[in-house]
Ligand binder design. Structure first.
Ligand code: CO
Length: 211
């Protein structure tokens, strides 16, 4: 077996031992259930591991990852994760975390065909169309790509609050905040984009459900 594969089990053994040394009940407690306060919607990119960059432990963040941290309203996987997190786990915070240097966002700014993924990237092209004037006015490709990462996160926050899942939770008086963050893979810094929404006041009337 290749070392890259066998190392996984060796590292796992060491990690188990390290956790047990810190707290002999670590796994017994986790086995009883989970009550994470945060849902994280991030990019699948291997350089953006949710727990590691936030210093959180198993049991503290419920995670959904896909290419370019998208909230696509026909995505049953995302909707199921969101519904379970909001209505069963009763998280108080939903975080959309994008990252600079995102291959998905960069590809969406390009016109090359990549394959099946083009269908997924089209959702990001829709974000580009909404913000085209601002993005196109930026002088360099790198600046365009970085700003697109930010506005894409902002639009995914808006896409979350368009869902009946979030709107119904607010209608029931639940404390639930939706946040937009960006992670910089070049320096490890996580930044709040300050686009937090905690009630239905920022939902465009077109998307607002009657309560
Ligand atoms: Co990415």
């Amino acid at each position: 077996m290749p070392k890259i594969f066998t190392d996984i089990f060796k590292n796992n053994q060491e990690w188990v031992q390290q956790k047990l040394n810190q707290d002999p009940d670590f796994f017994n407690k986790l086995a009883k259930g989970q009550k994470p306060p945060i849902l994280w919607i991030g990019c699948s990119d291997s350089r953006v591991p949710a727990n590691e960059i936030t210093g959180t432990q198993p049991g503290e963040i419920f995670v959904h990852r896909n290419i370019a941290n998208m909230v696509v309203h026909t995505d049953m996987s995302m909707l199921s994760v969101l519904d379970y997190a909001v209505n069963v786990l009763e998280v108080s915070h939903v975080i959309v975390c994008g990252h600079y240097g995102c291959g998905g966002v960069n590809a969406a700014l390009d016109n090359k065909q990549v394959g099946i993924i083009d269908n997924w990237l089209r959702n990001i092209k829709d974000v580009y169309r909404l913000h085209k004037a601002e993005i196109d006015a930026l002088p360099t490709l790198e600046q365009k790509q970085r700003r697109m990462v930010e506005v894409n996160v902002q639009e995914q926050v808006f896409d979350l609050i368009k869902t009946s899942i979030i709107q119904n939770a607010w209608a029931r008086g639940r404390f639930l905040q939706v946040h937009g963050l960006v992670y910089d893979i070049a320096n490890g810094i996580l930044k709040d984009l300050n686009v937090t929404v905690g009630d239905n006041s920022e939902i465009d009337s077109v998307y607002k459900f009657d309560v």
